[in-house]
Design a protein around this ligand. Structure first.
Ligand SMILES: *Cc1c(COP(=O)(O)O)cnc(C)c1O
Length: 392
């Protein structure tokens, strides 16, 4: 299996058949597990083997299949699935940090992550320094002897900044800090984040891994030492476990993940080329557009530019709202990575909580819209965006 290519791993890795030989993975919808003998129960509580389970909060066979499949794809030693992407992010940070520790994080953060890092961690006596993720000097200057974690989102939301992961990993490791990367926007298909030097990779499986808007899920990937020694002891007791049903949906999502991500990224690339220089746009942000500020870095770190494009309309909020309301195929919603193309106005929705000043600092202007490209026909999407821009 080690030598299988990603698409083969996505279909087969982690599959465990019961005595019935079912073709599709079974959903083990059970809260717990029965023991044959008292001795077996005792032994299992001392050490739980790979195919042994105790209680749904600690682990489940369907969830384990999902964990093993995504770990094989990512090239990680181990993985732990969670109820949502935020359970994965907060479970990672809470299990690693204690009062008096320090975390350095890129400041362009998903809204809920910003709440966890900038509010909850501070409340719990953890020191927080936020840096411009693209500025390596800021990372260097922020490091302290008590820095335990460096955190960043590979491709920031919604301005798609690209951070030099290998360089940040080197800075983090010089202080024995752990580099945690939220890899949602880069996807496991386009970026080998562990190979670049990250220690822990996190996904909201709600996004591309489901990819069809059905369930919430998250997963944390890293060394066995980290997953079993740090993440699991905290999280099996605090309760963010993934439902076996959701694990099954996400296993099925993994089977088509590469096909979907590649098709969506190809369409995103074609749309970015078709819209380049459009007179209603003051900015078009796509990592594989030659005009992107970190184009070379994006090309070096990723194999494709991802599935999201951000567009800044010249007429501010009024133009952005007219554009959103005029779209006929692209649907207004805040998910991403979905087979349906989705559009979001970050300033009034996902990033509404931020001050005007913070939004300006992150480049989230009133004219900015984020478009997550789906599986529809490329020409239909270009037509939809073009007609809506004309009305804006
Ligand atoms: C959606 C998202 C999350 C949170 O995931 P949920 O499944 O919604 O909890 C975290 N990080 C990024 C980059 C996301 O897009």
């Amino acid at each position: 299996m080690e030598n299988w290519k990603p698409k083969t791993k996505l279909v087969h890795a982690g599959t465990k058949r019961s005595q019935f030989g079912e073709l599709s993975e079974a959903i083990y919808l059970t809260q717990g597990f029965a023991y044959d003998t008292a001795e077996q129960a005792e032994a299992r509580f001392i050490e739980t083997g790979p195919d042994e389970f105790i209680y749904g909060r600690y682990g489940n066979p369907t969830v384990a299949m999902f964990e093993q499949r995504i770990a094989a794809l990512e090239g990680a030693e181990d993985a732990f699935a969670t109820a949502s992407g935020m359970a994965a992010v907060s479970g990672t940070l809470f299990s690693m940090l204690r009062a008096g520790d320090h975390i350095v994080s890129a400041k362009a953060l998903f809204g809920s992550i910003s709440f966890v890092i900038d509010d909850v961690l501070r409340r719990w006596g953890i020191e927080v320094t936020l840096v411009d993720g693209t500025n390596l000097d800021e990372w260097r200057a922020a490091m302290r002897p008590n820095t335990k974690v460096c955190f960043l989102e590979a491709l920031s939301n919604p301005t798609l900044e690209v951070i030099d992961i290998a360089a940040v990993a080197e800075i983090a490791h010089a202080y024995n800090a752990t580099l945690v990367v939220d890899n949602v926007f880069a996807t496991p298909i386009f970026q080998r984040t562990l190979d670049l030097g990250a220690d822990v990779v996190i996904y909201s499986a709600t996004k591309h891994i489901d990819g069809q808007g059905r369930v919430l899920g998250g997963v944390v990937l890293g060394t066995t030492e980290f997953i079993r020694g740090t993440f699991e002891p905290f999280n099996k007791h605090t309760g963010p476990s993934m439902s076996p049903f959701n694990a099954w949906v996400l296993l099925k999502g993994l089977e088509t993940l590469a096909l979907r991500c590649e098709a969506q990224a190809d369409t995103a690339m074609a749309i970015s080329q078709a819209l380049e220089g459009h007179n209603k746009l003051s900015r078009l942000i796509y990592p594989f557009s030659p005009k992107h500020a970190q184009y070379e870095l994006a090309k070096a770190q990723m194999t494709k530019g991802g599935t999201v494009i951000s567009l800044e309309l010249t007429g501010g909020k009024e133009a952005a709202f007219k554009f959103l309301n005029a779209l006929k195929i692209i649907t207004m919603s805040n998910n991403l990575g979905d087979s349906k193309s989705l559009v979001t106005h970050p300033a009034t929705t996902t990033h509404q909580r931020l001050s005007d000043e913070q939004r300006a600092e992150l480049g989230i202007s009133d004219g900015l819209v984020r478009v997550s490209i789906g599986l529809e026909d490329t020409d239909d999407l270009i037509g939809d965006i073009t007609q809506a821009l004309e009305q804006a």
